[in-house]
Design a binder for this molecule. Sequence first.
Ligand SMILES: NC(=O)c1ccc[n+]([C@@H]2O[C@H](COP(=O)([O-])OP(=O)(O)OC[C@H]3O[C@@H](n4cnc5c(N)ncnc54)[C@H](OP(=O)(O)O)[C@@H]3O)[C@@H](O)[C@H]2O)c1
Length: 257
Amino acid sequence: MTKRHFNKAWVVGGSTGIGRALALELARHGVDVVVSARGAESLAAVLRDGVDLPGKLHAVPIDVTDRTATQRAAGEAAALLGRIDLCVSCAGTHLPLGAKNFDAEKFRRLVDVNLMGTVHVLESVMADFIERRSGHIAVVSSVAGYRGLPSSTGYGATKAALINMCESLKFDLDRAGVKLQLIDPGFVATPLTARNNFPMPFLMEADAAARQFYRGLLSDRFEVTFPKRFTWQLKLLRCLPYAAYFPIVRRMTRALS
Ligand SMILES: NC(=O)c1ccc[n+]([C@@H]2O[C@H](COP(=O)([O-])OP(=O)(O)OC[C@H]3O[C@@H](n4cnc5c(N)ncnc54)[C@H](OP(=O)(O)O)[C@@H]3O)[C@@H](O)[C@H]2O)c1
């Protein structure tokens, strides 16, 4: 565990679910936070829920699919906070897509929000962080990005792309003095997973996830995952040859459906 080096955070995708819980956890620890997402109502609710916390909460609405608006929002967040020390890119969406309902428009939506949305957020803070030789970026991907899973052609592809992008960026950002972390959650109870119609192993509450997320931000680990009991199983599966991987995952997911 290292000393906390952030006091001002911008949490994108901070209106519901994991991002909301993390924003409140940060404020509980005295961090001033700007929360961003599309929904003005849910952003206002976060501010109400955090009104008595030591950290001050602000809201800046944003649609991360809009590159210009994302750059403008980063400027507004920096102006409200004085500077951004920590940028958490958490905005994301999920649409189940398999072979039978394979659909380019839905696929594009997942790419626009999960992948390009994150690219827009990173672009909006990264040059300033590099120039300052400081700053901390946390990108929320998913264990679903480790390897192909059923019904996850689009979502998994966007999350795998984020993992690869972060691995690649880490080389330059390390040299530039900017901390980059990859957050790979397992199943967390949020509006996103409420749509799942299958039992989710080791499902954890968003507040518990946020506590682990916060602890992970204080660590020197590149990758932060939770709940560990589930994510280590997926890490093991990631190492298997295809001849073992497909039959095991087929068996596991048949039992879940
Ligand atoms: N829950 C899980 O089990 C789980 C597991 C692994 C990874 N994740 C990842 O964790 C992140 C948060 O997910 P969650 O489960 O907490 O879901 P969630 O409750 O649906 O939160 C998604 C957040 O992203 C925002 N968002 C969505 N589209 C946006 C857009 N175009 N522009 C700006 N903000 C947008 C949402 O607000 P608005 O809709 O108001 O914009 C909301 O604040 C996602 O990246 C997800 O892939 C979740």
